[in-house]
Design a binder for this molecule. Structure first.
Ligand code: NDP
Length: 452
């Protein structure tokens, strides 16, 4: 029998890779992991974590305004990036340290190097060494892509945003997905004049239409200059900023232009094709339900597989991989009914089918209420919240739940359990309301708003 340096070698130290390495090592297996950049990957270093900390920072502007409406005498200043930035990076350093300790405390050998595949059991490292492994796990994630617009190199991606030396006064955000819409809210809340260009009819394509319309309307009420059906045509470096010509012929000078125009699987130059791993049309590693690639010794998890690009999904895929390979218990990952939140302002939590998807599938009842919550009404804010359930007429099962409200992410985590359990509308109704809350509407909507 061939002997290997490792039973498992993981390429990529993000949420999925680190979890798989740790859990595999806890079975007693000898595990190595290579990371070419910082441990923690996109989520910890340049994604969810710094983004959420910036969401927190940006929410104070509304809180200060609301506090005054609630009777507080305040002298409000402005956001100071040079005070916030070092604290943000100190926190990321701390978290990176925790990720490293998790690995070393579990005897995972860390290789701070770029890894490429030499053959189905051998990895070459950029420090000149080679290691062999019985199993190799690709967990290299995605990177932001910028369109081929002339002058696009004068813009930045979300990776660079956290590293800016100078905080912009006026900024353009290109795109209408998660990242673009979240950063529009963040930068607006931090006092930046924000234009957002989205080429389509409405931001957050693929989400429930009613919900994304409310999110967009509320973003505009809060000050984001959202322009739909508009894209960038040309960028130039001018007068210390970035001059932009848009597809409607308009011209503007911005301090920064952020492209949040999608992400692509990090598979280039890894040697995957050379060893026979099938790569899909979007550059993703093609895997089966057990995360196994077309080469039996090589598996892949997380964003690089372009299944569902969310940290908790990558973590689950890592755990299922270990269960399958190291416990001999073939475990597919359940990708159905995944709750998620978009940290726009207002926040948006969602699980299950949109009204449009459900109506295309079967007859449904829609229970939907949109209102000005107590907190906002008192503060004189215009934002509405949305509580919405999509119900199957045949089975009464709640097929989808969509919430636009402060803390919608926290709410959908809990509502998600119930929807995942397959609860019916009547079971929602059996639950007593918690009063006065916004979420009580989820159990008090008696009549359908519409049926299809
Ligand atoms: P998305 O795919 O969500 O959005 C990309 C956006 O860019 C779309 O609006 C798309 O438009 C637009 N776009 C693409 N190409 C061009 C172009 N050439 N010119 C103009 N616009 C263009 O990607 P993101 O980068 O925002 O996010 C990537 C993934 O990361 C998400 O899918 C999500 O899974 C994950 N994520 C999750 C978060 C969360 O859970 N809160 C937060 C951030 C990211 P169109 O719709 O027309 O294609």
């Amino acid at each position: 029998m061939a002997t290997f340096d490792y039973e498992l070698f993981v390429i990529g130290g993000g949420s999925g890779g680190v979890r798989a390495a740790r859990v595999a090592a806890q079975t007693g297996a000898k595990v190595g992991l290579a990371e070419e950049s910082r441990m923690g990957g996109t989520c910890v270093i340049r994604g969810c974590v710094p983004k959420k900390l910036m969401v927190f920072a940006s929410e104070f502007s509304d809180m200060f305004e609301d506090a005054q409406s609630y009777g507080w005498d305040l002298d409000v200043g402005t956001f100071n990036w040079s005070k916030f930035r070092p604290k943000l990076h100190a926190e990321l350093d701390r978290l990176e340290g925790i990720y490293r300790s998790i690995l070393s405390n579990n005897d995972v050998a860390i290789h701070d190097a770029r890894a490429t595949l030499k053959n189905p059991h051998t990895v070459s490292l950029s420090d000149g060494t080679e290691v062999t492994a019985k199993h190799i796990l690709i967990a290299t994630g995605c990177y932001p892509v910028v369109p081929g617009t002339p002058g696009a190199e004068h813009g930045i991606s979300s990776n660079e945003l956290f590293l800016l030396d100078e905080f912009p006064k006026k900024m353009l955000i290109v795109g209408g997905g998660y990242i673009a819409s979240e950063f529009a809210g963040i930068m607006n809340g931090l006092g930046v004049e924000v234009d957002q260009f989205y080429r389509g009819e409405q931001i957050l394509r693929g989400f429930d239409d009613e919900a994304r319309t409310i999110v967009a309307e509320d973003m505009v009420k809060r000050g984001v200059n959202l322009r739909l059906g508009v894209n960038v045509e040309e960028l130039q470096k001018r007068d210390g900023g970035v001059w932009v010509k848009d597809t409607e012929g308009g011209e503007q000078l911005y301090d920064q232009v952020l492209f949040a125009t999608g992400r692509r699987a990090n598979t280039d130059g890894l040697g995957l094709e050379q060893v026979g791993v099938e790569i899909g049309s979007k550059g993703e590693v093609v895997v089966d339900e057990y995360s196994q690639t077309s080469v039996p010794s090589i598996y892949a998890i997380g964003d690089v597989t372009n299944r569902v690009q969310l940290t908790p999904v990558a973590i689950r895929e890592g755990m299922a991989f270990v269960e399958t390979v190291f416990h001999g218990n073939p475990t597919p990952v359940d990708h159905e009914l995944i709750p998620s939140a978009v940290f726009t302002q207002p926040e948006f939590g969602t699980i299950g089918l949109t009204e449009e998807q459900a109506a295309a599938q079967e007859p449904i009842e829609v229970y939907s209420t949109s209102f000005k919550p107590m907190h906002h009404a008192f503060a004189g804010r215009e934002d509405r919240v949305l509580m919405k359930l999509i119900v199957s007429k045949a089975t009464r099962v709640v097929l989808g739940c969509h919430i636009v409200a402060d803390h919608a992410g926290e709410m959908i985590q809990l509502a998600g359990i119930v929807v995942k359990l397959g609860a019916t509308k009547e079971q929602f109704d059996q639950t007593c309301a918690v009063h006065p809350t916004m979420a009580e509407e989820l159990v008090t909507m008696k009549e359908p708003t519409r049926t299809t």
